[in-house]
Write a protein that binds this ligand. Structure first.
Ligand code: AMP
Length: 360
């Protein structure tokens, strides 16, 4: 089968590596050949979207903001998995949150605003709020955290905003869930995630499940989803609320390449091609450290590889401030061993400077 991927980044790269073992061919469409595009002879530019879609049996995306013409054409030809609904919802944080709330998925209280000044007025509704542009923001970009008594900041872009109540969470977590073409679902055990300045820094799995898997399953059903999806949670004393979902394989699921029978990438290929879904139990404790910003020196690389249970993934991307350029998968016999190794990798990658490195 020939599978088209819209988007040429590291998620596509890992989908191709893991999907090739079933004998599939892959084609990639993007504006430039990133980690995924460089692997293939079959690289298409956006203006070649029709040839790209025509040449593929099915099409998926590794980036929900990928080329819209390619998505529409694939949908028209009945080839797009997981379909257009998640893409449409992800174009607006307001619509995404409204969809979640309407379908009984717990979310933080929120209101919407049509301009920056209206957003500042409405943020007074909450003792503490997080104000986000409705579209275009990711990894904490364009976000303001404000207490009611703080003087309102000025100079924000005049666009639509969502104003969320600040969630005083115990921890952040995510669930990677797959839903097959037949509607069967399988979730990997939840991971506990550490974010810094809105970016995922590290992940440890499995963590306790405070109801996250049940919520992720409900969401996959409400979206009539096919494929793998990442669902991000804030876990509070009153239970989990969904922050957002990612309609694709997810950064916090990269550890499934190390500690599981199947990876999230293989699982996505299985789901969209109609194969049975794989077993999702953790074979051992696994985690990730993201490499963000600076590339690693030779000494850092050998330091990391000397820690037992580590695997290094270098995406071959130009280093840039707040850009994810690779990750380290870490495994351990138990949670304590895993946490210790994650700390050791963190020390080598960031040398205690993660705060400075990730600050916008
Ligand atoms: P987002 O871009 O919405 O994924 O947010 C990035 C990060 O900002 C999250 O992982 C949280 O650490 C923090 N954050 C976003 N929204 C809220 C909220 N309503 N309450 C508390 N923290 C938040």
């Amino acid at each position: 089968m020939r599978i088209g991927i819209i988007g040429s980044g590291q998620l596509g790269w890992m989908l191709i590596m893991e999907g090739s073992k079933f004998g599939h061919d892959f084609a990639v469409l993007d504006t430039y050949p990133g980690p995924a595009g460089r692997l293939l002879n079959f690289f298409y530019k956006p203006e070649e979207y029709r040839e790209f879609v025509d040449s593929c049996d099915i099409v998926t995306y590794e980036f929900e903001n990928g080329d819209m013409r390619a998505m529409l054409e694939s949908e028209k030809q009945g080839k797009l998995f997981p379909g257009l609904l998640p893409v449409r919802l992800k174009k607006s944080r307001i619509e995404e949150k409204e969809f979640l709330r309407k379908n009984g998925i717990p979310v933080a209280e929120f209101v919407s605003a049509g301009s920056f000044s209206e957003a500042m007025d409405k943020s007074g509704k909450f003792a503490k709020s997080v104000i986000k542009t409705s579209s275009g923001g990711y990894d904490g970009k364009g976000q303001i955290t404000r207490k009611r008594e703080d003087p309102p900041p000025t100079g924000g872009e005049d666009t639509e905003y969502i104003i969320e109540e600040f969630v005083d969470f115990r921890y952040e977590a995510s669930v990677i869930i797959a839903r097959g073409r037949d509607g069967q679902t399988r979730a990997f055990p939840p991971s506990r995630n550490r974010h810094l300045h809105g970016m995922l820094l590290s992940t440890e799995a499995p963590c306790e499940d405070d109801g996250m898997t049940e919520i992720a399953t409900l969401l996959a059903e409400k979206l009539d989803y096919t494929g793998v999806m990442g669902v991000e949670f804030f876990v509070t004393n009153d239970g989990p609320v969904v922050n957002e979902f990612a309609p694709r394989v997810h950064n916090s699921g990269h550890n499934t390449l190390s500690g599981h029978h199947v990876s999230q990438f293989e699982q996505h290929i299985r789901a969209i091609t109609g194969m049975p879904l794989g077993n999702t139990v953790n074979l051992q404790c696994t985690g990730i450290v993201n490499i963000i910003g600076n590339s690693l020196t030779g000494t850092q690389v050998s330091g990391i590889l000397q820690i037992p249970g580590t695997k290094l993934y270098d995406y071959g991307k130009e280093p840039r401030k707040r850009r994810k350029i690779g990750h380290v998968n870490v495994t351990g016999e138990d949670k304590e061993v895993l946490s210790g190794r994650i700390k050791d990798v963190m020390k080598i990658v960031y040398g205690g400077q993660e705060e400075e490195t990730l600050r916008p």
